[in-house]
Design a protein around this ligand. Structure first.
Ligand SMILES: Nc1ncnc2c1ncn2[C@@H]1O[C@H](COP(=O)(O)OP(=O)(O)OP(=O)(O)O)[C@@H](O)[C@H]1O
Length: 272
């Protein structure tokens, strides 16, 4: 059951709206409209929807990189007013520093936060093992494959011990096979680290495979269309993708995304 109060939720999104002003035309672009839902502690939640439905905008508002035009994001310690140590972002392209080794890249966030201490080398060793990069920790980013770079990126986000990982299409640049491996790896890591994950993807099967719930958004303006519980037991491995119930979820979400929405749709009711 979803928590009914913001206190019980890791993140409470309350009536979020974002309107951009197009710099060239000066016209208002409503990117998000009245989006409300709670995200539970240690939940894996994915956000899917057509291009332009406001997924990245929503993630940036949760991250505190962008102020909403209306509404708020609640955490157990209060309203989000900017970036915080409780939330770490993982981008699509690994934002690694090319002149730093894998170890130093993983430690970089800690360094920025002034949190390097005697225990840091051991913590980095544990993270290197966690993301499967043993033996590569003295290498530099250009010596790594795309999948390995994304592993470093993930380790760097985990290094600062956030409660929430915000992931913006982290596997979009990877080839299909590496992407599937990384999906399985991410689940393994999530099951050990117990983070809350908010994951944006264009790939419906990726969302179903990873998530406890999938948030489906509709565009123009970006609104909540439906939240779907993925009732497939864990731990999951990639063979789950061949099961009929897995494909039934994928079909259901695909139908929702491809269905033209009439203005009369009561989307808030659908989201309950
Ligand atoms: N800085 C900006 N100025 C004006 N409009 C913007 C700006 N950023 C985003 N938008 C508009 O807001 C809407 C939502 O954009 P957003 O990038 O959040 O969607 P998205 O679902 O993440 O898209 P995609 O799947 O293509 O990455 C779009 O119509 C987009 O054109």
């Amino acid at each position: 059951m979803a928590p009914t109060t913001a206190q019980a939720a890791q993140l409470g999104l309350q009536n979020l709206s974002v309107t951009y002003v197009n710099k060239r035309t000066q016209r208002e672009v409503p990117a998000l409209q009245d989006v409300s839902f709670d995200i539970r502690p240690q939940e894996f939640i994915s956000i899917v929807g057509p291009s332009g439905c406001g997924k990245t905008t929503l993630l940036h508002v949760i991250a505190g990189l962008q102020q909403p035009t209306g509404g708020s994001v609640q955490t157990p310690t209060g309203t989000v007013t900017g970036p915080g140590r409780d939330r770490a972002l993982v981008f699509q392209s690994p934002t690694l520093l090319p002149w730093r080794s894998v170890r130093d890249n993983i430690a970089y966030g800690l360094k920025l936060q002034g949190r390097v201490d005697a225990g840091t080398p051991e913590r980095i060793d544990a993270l290197v093992r966690l993301v499967g990069l043993e033996g590569f920790d003295r290498q530099y980013p250009h010596e790594l494959s795309g999948g390995m770079q994304q592993r470093v990126n993930l380790a760097r986000a985990l290094a600062v011990s956030p409660e929430v990982l915000l992931m913006d299409e982290p596997f979009a640049a990877l080839d299909a096979q590496t992407r599937e491996l990384m999906q399985a790896e991410l689940l393994r890591i999530w099951e050990r680290e117990h983070k809350t994950v908010v994951f944006i993807t264009h790939q419906i099967d990726e969302a179903v495979f990873l998530s406890d719930r999938v948030v489906v958004m509709s565009p123009h303006p970006g609104r909540l269309a439906r939240i779907i519980d993925i009732d497939i037991e864990r731990p999951r491995d990639l063979r789950v993708k061949r099961r009929p119930e897995f494909n039934a979820y994928v079909d259901e979400i695909w139908e929702l995304i491809s269905r033209p929405r009439s203005d009369g749709d009561d989307l808030s009711a659908a989201a309950e």
